[in-house]
Design a binder for this molecule. Structure first.
Ligand SMILES: Nc1ncnc2c1ncn2[C@@H]1O[C@H](COP(=O)(O)OP(=O)(O)OP(=O)(O)O)[C@@H](O)[C@H]1O
Length: 601
């Protein structure tokens, strides 16, 4: 329980004051409700014997004080008073439930932002190790489970528990023996839940895990739909999904049907109690007037208590089944947030470029002379050998260099280190003699990256090029320049809505070469001084390749370029070519010296 509360409050972070406001409202509501129900007993007694009005303490005094013409009028007034109390109580109840829903669902959105922000700020190595399906599951499903299964249930259970407590006090006051019997009923129900708590946790865990697995399988099958169709292995993914769907449905249906047990038990036991109570009272010749009044209160309390107790027991079982999600969320958030102090996500795009010193100007690093990779080494976690071994490389401003070498030589790793995604295990990167690690954001603000496989969003060409820039901040001149330099002008003319044409999911409406050029235009739009280009390996047709090469070549006059070259013909224009092997640069020189000489050998 202590652990549960600790984890719960950590996830809830700064929302505790909202909870205190709710606590006050819930207590007020419980008092009003108890007063309303408490007055029903005397009202029934007065209705059957008006003479009791004067004999009853407090109510008798109120009757005298208000100076009513007759007892009957006072009884009618009492009825009106009880009705008003019930209306006020119902309204307050609505306001509280609304407040709870508002609070929970707004918090769900905030939690999603907090998680996505935490995941995005984790180092690249974290993303290499973790499957995105599990992150999507956390952001999309665990937040729902936490908010619906834990937060909402806890708040609802709290409301129920408060009212149950107040009503129980009223019952004890009305008839101690009957209260003990009702207490016994609730005890039996909660004992069942507590006994099954481990099974509930297991069901909850299976539900959450199978959901994540289903996202993973769907991701895999739809992400590789081309290959899947050609190989004809659709059934492989369908079988995997079927296994997970079965696990999910079995656990969920077990859990949902279990949830019905408390309601069914409570209903049966309350009926047994009311009928048993009447019979025993008659058999023991108890005062009939008192019996009617007591039963009146019990009837109303039972009607009220039944849904509350059902809700409370459901809340408890849902809470139990959600402990896995709570632990997972707590673990994720704590681990992620401990890793680095989170910057609060901001709608202000400029804030993305906020430097470490907190000023509003984007981080800036002067780059006038050269970039120096000084004895860079890197070894992946768990790998036996380093992937980069004492790499020494100088790149002058305005130069274009190409990294070539066989698959596995270390080209991508070197570029990832350059991009600041991987932190070298040895050595340093310096710009004009200043280490980039003093302000990595400033270094990254100099870089534009054009990956091998461009990630295109399912949106317009314009938004794909000016990725991350809100519409009202998109600079037309910059956009047109980027389109022109990336050799996309022809394409824009052909598109039905020009730059406002939707490119489809992952740019399905474009060819490989066009996608690559959109990537180039994107890097150009953001006007970065250094462009890092992982050349597409896909076999582009000659004409497209010529266009891509032309786009790259036209940039090399104005930018410093680092190209991972897969097709050697495209690096002819580079000032220097570095041949990599086993994580080392084994030869550097001009195209003729490195590529042609190697071909001749
Ligand atoms: N995430 C990783 N974990 C462990 N080892 C890795 C990881 N990524 C790459 N490696 C290893 O690092 C070495 C260099 O890989 P890298 O991807 O940098 O080569 P590359 O020259 O870019 O190859 P390619 O041209 O095929 O992309 C390889 O031996 C590879 O197996």
């Amino acid at each position: 329980m202590k652990k549960f509360l600790k984890q719960f409050l950590y996830i809830l972070a700064d929302q505790k004051i909202m909870l205190l406001v709710l606590l006050a409202a819930v207590l007020g509501n419980a008092v009003i409700e108890t007063l309303g129900i408490g007055l029903i007993g005397p009202f029934i007694a007065f209705a059957s014997d008006p003479e009791l009005v004067e004999k009853t303490i407090v109510i008798g005094q109120v009757y005298d004080w208000l100076n009513f013409e007759s007892r009957e009028r006072f009884i009618a007034f009492l009825a009106l008073f009880i009705i008003i109390i019930f209306y006020v109580k119902s309204f307050l109840n609505f306001v509280i439930r609304r407040y709870i829903f508002n609070f929970v669902y707004q918090y769900q959105g905030k939690l999603r932002i907090r998680l996505l922000s935490a995941y995005m700020q984790m180092p690249y190595t974290f993303h290499l190790k973790n499957n995105s399906a599990f992150m999507i599951q956390s952001i999309m499903n665990h937040t729902v489970s936490f908010c619906n299964g834990i937060l909402l249930e806890l708040l609802n259970s709290f409301v129920s528990l408060t009212i149950i407590t107040f009503l129980s006090i009223l019952l004890i006051y009305t008839s101690p023996i009957a209260t003990i019997v009702i207490g016994l009923i609730l005890f039996v129900v909660f004992a069942i839940i507590l006994r099954l708590k481990n099974t509930l946790s297991r069901w909850g865990k299976t539900i959450a895990q199978s959901q994540a697995e289903m996202i993973r399988v769907v991701n895999h099958s739809l992400g590789s739909v081309k290959e899947t169709k050609v190989i004809g292995c659709e059934s492989f993914f369908l079988d995997q999904l079927d296994t997970q769907a079965q696990l999910y449905s079995t656990s969920l249906s077990d859990f949902m049907s279990f949830n019905q047990i408390p309601r069914i038990t409570i209903e049966a036991m309350i009926m047994t109690f009311i009928l048993g109570f009447i019979s025993v009272s008659i058999l023991t010749n108890q005062d009939f007037q008192g019996l009617i009044s007591t039963l009146g209160i019990f009837a109303v309390v039972s009607i009220r208590l039944m849904p509350l107790a059902t809700q409370l027991s459901k809340g408890l079982s849902v809470l139990r089944s959600s402990t896995f999600v709570l632990e997972k969320l707590y673990h994720d958030l704590k681990e992620l947030e401990n890793h680095q102090a989170l910057i609060a996500p901001s709608a202000d795009v400029a804030a993305q470029f906020k430097p470490a010193n907190g000023s509003l100007e984007p981080s800036h690093l002067d780059f006038e002379q050269e970039i120096l990779l000084d004895k860079i080494s890197f070894q992946y976690e768990g790998a036996k050998n380093p992937s980069l071994n004492q790499i020494q490389l100088r790149i002058k401003k305005g130069e274009s260099i190409a990294l070539i070498g066989k698959s596995g030589a270390g080209k991508t790793t070197l570029v990832d280190v350059l991009l600041g995604l991987l932190t070298p295990t040895g050595g340093d990167i310096k710009v004009d003699d200043q280490s980039v690690y003093q302000d990595l954001r400033a270094w990254q603000n100099l870089l534009g990256y054009i990956p091998q496989s461009i990630f295109l969003i399912d949106d317009t060409l314009e938004r794909n090029i000016a990725l991350g820039v809100p519409d009202h901040l998109i600079d037309e001149t910059r956009l047109n320049r980027a389109i022109e330099l990336a050799q996309l002008s022809e394409l824009v003319k052909e598109l039905p809505d020009g730059v406002n044409t939707n490119l489809g999911e992952r740019g399905a409406n474009l060819s490989g070469g066009q996608r690559q050029r959109v990537g180039i235009a994107r890097a150009l739009y953001h006007e970065r001084e250094i462009l890092v280009l992982d050349e597409a390996t896909s076999a582009l047709d000659n004409e497209t390749e010529a266009l891509v090469s032309e786009a790259i070549r036209s940039l090399s006059d104005s930018k410093t370029m680092i190209i991972i070259a897969h097709r050697l013909t495209t690096v002819e224009h580079c000032n220097c070519i570095h041949l990599m092997k086993n994580g080392q640069i084994i030869q550097s020189g001009t195209y003729e010296e490195v590529v042609l000489a190697a071909n001749e050998e």
